[in-house]
Design a protein around this ligand. Structure first.
Ligand code: ASP
Ligand code: MG
Length: 420
């Protein structure tokens, strides 16, 4: 394996491989990288909205599709894009081979639709790389080595595949390539003044992605942090040094790509060892409030776990919990298709599920100070928005708000980033 130098893992998201033309374009750009002397491992997502279409297809067959069969179905999406890209590279006269997660030695536990990678045995990948081939890997899938069952890693899981492979091969860099130029200070589709962020710490990126930034999956950032993988998030085409976002160990300067903005933050930080400026605002639009009535919270956790399992639903992401003597309230979110399945679970006296809540997370450059918190509450007060709940962490302030007030709140709060 040490014969292999200069390994770059490049992960192409669904939108970047959505059409045959786009796939051919990627093949051409890979050839340029090859001539620059890189050893290439390419991880692909399913083309465009393929995964969603497969989920809809299953929904037409069954109201409660079996999770093992769902993995058989969903893993097909990435097999399509990997084989097409490999063909396209071969047509340009270079050697390539596509491999499934199982062939690439991505070993997972047995949690269908939300499996975790437990080990990596990339013998075939190394073998083929040594034969000077470009490896095209199916993202999002693995295999349980005990049962030989095919698993998937949860929606957005191709990012995790890419980081795991980069860690396993000791790659120089893991590039997550998308149809957007970089990580932004807010969703650029909603906030026109959103800014590109050029550098982030793993912790900042983990906070942002846990709390809804769709730019990559939070499990992949966690893995990158643990394994010290250099992460780059950037555009699939026209990459140049001044675009994209880097996350790596020892990143201390948190800057925006705009030079003026960079200077402002730099000036503010110069005279202050500790500072906390708001860096990015992310939202989770749909949060469910689940109210249960066991005396002990642990009992409710187990009940919920069993209930979800019975209904073929993956365990959701828990965002917050409130408890008192008579009830436990869990705030959760999950991929959209899971939320609609959760909605269908019959309500009982012991289980109430309510909607209409969203979260807003303001990730800061450091620990949020009193000043930050008071600025946030001033803006919300002026907009006559009162949060249902406020949660602090070492890097952020999280607001639980009524969903109808979400957009207004985010637009107002983003002034903390634009007006400085
Ligand atoms: N195709 C899968 C999904 O849509 C995995 C991924 O794109 O990362 O969730
Ligand atoms: Mg994705």
């Amino acid at each position: 394996m040490n014969k292999l130098k200069n390994i770059i893992v490049k992960k192409y998201g669904g939108a970047t491989v959505a059409t045959p033309e786009k796939i051919k374009g990627i093949a051409k750009s890979l050839l340029r990288e090859l001539s620059a002397g890189h050893t290439l491992v390419v991880v692909v997502s399913a083309m465009g909205k393929t995964t969603n279409s497969l989920i809809e297809l299953a929904a037409q067959i069954s109201a409660r599709p079996n999770q093992r069969e769902m993995d058989m179905l969903l893993s097909v999406g990435e097999r399509i894009s990997m084989s097409l890209l490999s063909m396209s590279i071969q047509d340009l006269g270079k050697q390539a081979i596509s491999l499934t997660g199982s062939q690439a030695g991505i070993l997972t536990n047995s949690d269908h639709e939300n499996a975790q990678i437990i080990d990596l045995r990339p013998f075939r990948v190394v073998n083929e790389l040594e034969k000077n081939k470009i490896i095209v890997l199916a993202g999002f899938q693995g295999v349980d080595p005990h049962t030989k069952e095919i698993t998937t890693l949860g929606r957005g899981g191709s990012d995790t595949t890419a980081v795991a492979v980069a860690a396993g091969l000791k790659a120089n860099q893991c590039e997550i390539l998308k149809d957007v130029p970089s990580v932004f200070s807010a969703d650029p589709k909603k906030i026109k003044s959103a800014k590109m962020i050029s550098e982030l710490t793993y912790e900042q990126m983990m906070d942002m992605t846990f709390w809804g930034a769709k730019v990559l999956h939070y499990r992949s950032v966690e893995l990158a942090a643990v394994k010290g993988v250099n992460l780059y998030i950037g555009p699939s085409e026209g990459t140049h040094a001044r675009q994209g976002t880097h996350a790596r160990q020892g990143t201390h300067i948190r800057s925006y790509t705009q030079p003026r903005e960079f200077k402002v933050i730099h000036e503010k930080m110069k005279n202050k060892m500790e500072t906390a400026l708001v860096l990015s605002i992310n939202t989770i639009q749909t949060v469910f409030k689940i109210t249960m009535t066991s005396k002990k919270i642990h009992d409710d956790y187990i009940k919920l776990k069993d209930l979800f399992k019975k209904n073929e639903i993956i365990f959701p992401q828990i965002l917050a919990v409130d408890t008192d003597d008579s009830k436990n309230i869990l705030y959760i979110t999950a991929p959209e298709e899971m939320l609609s399945m959760i909605k269908k679970i019959p309500k009982t006296k012991e289980l109430k599920i309510e909607e209409g809540i969203s979260t807003i997370c303001l990730t800061c450059t450091g620990v949020p100070t009193f000043e930050t918190q008071s600025q946030i509450s001033k803006i919300l007060g002026d907009l006559k928005i009162s949060p249902l709940k406020i949660q602090m962490s070492a890097l952020s302030v999280v607001l639980f708000v009524d969903r109808t007030q979400l957009d207004k709140a985010v637009a107002g709060l983003h002034d903390l980033i634009t007006e400085r």
